[in-house]
Design a protein. Structure first.
Length: 176
């Protein structure tokens, strides 16, 4: 009889624990996790080039000029409050400068030269430098950085979009 009471007690205790441990906050995305709508932006060279890369030739940097376009991937969806175009030098999130600020109409195109880049960073371009241009996206007062010091940037969530022409950033490389 004592054995049977122990089994019934264990069963009752496990039932109580099981039902009190459950909550209605389960499912694919729990309610405690917030989801924010962030506008999907694309940066493309004009005209489109392989892997969205362009090259400054170190022997003749004065001849370099390229054009890129910033656009919404889904123009009928949430619009950003504004966008700043930032540029990262040599892949370092600690070395990011603002190229154009407060852009609010899309699509918008920009032309950049090697002299513009040198002026922006306060140093001449050098062999093997890379410059990545991307948007910092603002929705109301919240900023989604293209190149944050920690973690992934604003455009790093969709993999494979470049196969259909939607790039996250434009890269300019300095080569011989």
């Amino acid at each position: 009889m004592k054995f049977r009471n122990n089994i019934l007690t264990a069963f009752a205790l496990s039932t109580v624990i099981t039902f009190t441990a459950c909550s209605k906050d389960d499912g694919p995305i729990p309610e405690r996790i917030g989801i924010e709508d962030v506008p999907a932006m694309t940066m493309n060279l004009e005209p489109q080039k392989k892997n969205n890369n362009d090259t400054i030739r170190i022997g003749n940097p004065g001849a370099f000029s390229t054009k890129f376009k910033v656009a919404m991937v889904f123009p009928d969806q949430l619009q950003p409050t504004k966008v700043d175009i930032v540029v990262r030098k040599n892949g370092s999130a600690a070395n990011v400068k603002t190229y154009k600020a407060d852009i609010s109409s899309f699509p918008t195109s920009f032309t950049i030269t090697a002299a513009d880049i040198a002026t922006l960073f306060g140093a001449p371009i050098a062999l093997n430098d890379t410059y990545d241009f991307a948007p910092d996206i603002y929705v109301d007062s919240k900023k989604y950085q293209a190149f944050p010091l920690v973690g992934a940037g604003n455009g790093s969530g969709v993999v494979g979009m470049n196969a259909i022409g939607f790039y996250e950033y434009v890269r300019i490389m300095v080569k011989n």
